[in-house]
Write a protein that binds this ligand. Sequence first.
Ligand code: GDP
Ligand code: IMO
Ligand code: MG
Length: 442
Amino acid sequence: MTVTIVGAQLGDEGKGGIVDLYGDAADVVARYQGGDNAGHTVVHGGEEYRLSLVPSGAIRGKVGVLGNGCVVNPQTLFEEIDRLRERGLEPDVRVAERAHVIMPYHRVLDGIEEEAKEDDDLEAGTTGRGIGPTYEDKVGRRGVRFGDLLAPEVFRDRLNYVVPHKRTLVEEVFGMEAGEEFDIDAMFEKYRAYGKRLEEEDMTVNAGEFLKDRIEQDERVVLEGAQGTSIDIDHGIYPYVTSSNPTAGGACTGTGLGPTVVGQGEIVGVIKAYLSRVGTGPLPTELEGDKESKQLAEYIREEGGEYGTVTGRPRRVGWLDMPMLRHAARASGFTGLAVNHLDVLAGLDEVQVGHAYDLDNGTVDTMPTTTERWGQCEPVYRSFEGWPEADWKTVAEDGYSALPGGARAYLEYISTELETPVYAVGVGPNRSESIVRVRPFE
Ligand code: GDP
Ligand code: IMO
Ligand code: MG
């Protein structure tokens, strides 16, 4: 059986913590899209682990798989594995032979293209990891895959074809100098060495077959989404998006498991009790403008530690946006919800929610299809009574009924609006600060 974990908003909803929570009962945790743009935090045994590539279950001894839908920088991958080994862990990570390799020129191009877009305010505020350019090459049929790193002749052919394109782009279109990141021989040597290490450590797999075999042996598989629905390339706020499908469909195409397999399992949408955003673009429920809103944003940012896991950038903050969540619940077909960060809002007199939008003298309850139209939306707020600070560890031990009444009313509102039950509630970053109502593998 599979349990798919999907970010319902703009990324950083606390997916790592939920994967950790549900991954405990699993045998395998597989990422299905994205790359080292992700930053997933897991707190285990008093230690904090920030993972960009290694699937969150790997710190608890689960087999981690990077599916074919991922774009993987082998340098980051090995650095992350080595760091975990230094901390006494033995992560068992497999990479799909169909996954695409982030090459040095992809990172360079990510930077150049973002800069070029700045004048027109079109930059996405990317993580600079080369994600977009790598997916572009995948779709443009000029990418390098992990399987190619194991086949020297094929690998060299790929480089011989693609690198001159990239050079020309940098030199002729952007008028810049193409540096060592465009040196075929140097790249060949370095990436062949990665290929050899992959072979030595028996790390590459046919992800679909690997996962299907495990499922047939009654093993439990978590499919770990990175990013979130509103930065999905198809369903997000284009062009301020990432270049993959964090929504549940990505769990099929990004692993090689069929929709019937994924659909027989559960799909848990992870929601942050408010919004945070590291990138650019509109954000109707953003707390900004007047002094009071800015102070509130500052308060939530500090309480919630809203600084990017990958880049350290301060995150923009806003109230929960229900049209965004209705869109997410439909796009992925959530069977359950995990709502995190309720503790962060504790102590506020009032908590607001963007229940719907005013648009063109009418009211809409889901996101418009274009981001420009979304930017014209004025939230129609609903106000909830705040809830007090509490000893969250004790609340978590005592369970759902121990939550302050205001927090329960908030959760019940979300659940009713999305017609989806709340499976888990996060009241702090530690696993012992989660209230688990439903364990999907049990
Ligand atoms: P992800 O990218 O979705 O895995 O989320 P990140 O790890 O980037 O960001 C979530 C942050 O919030 C991390 O620092 C988590 O440890 C923390 N966190 C997760 N759930 C909760 C919660 O319920 N309350 C609080 N206060 N922090 C949480
Ligand atoms: P996790 O998995 C939040 C955002 C970037 C930028 C846009 C494109 O930790 O939730 P990219 O580097 O992917 O080309 O950037 O997407 N972004 C994220 N925001 N959480 C993430 O991952 C993100 N990964 C990318 O800030 O706006
Ligand atoms: Mg994150």
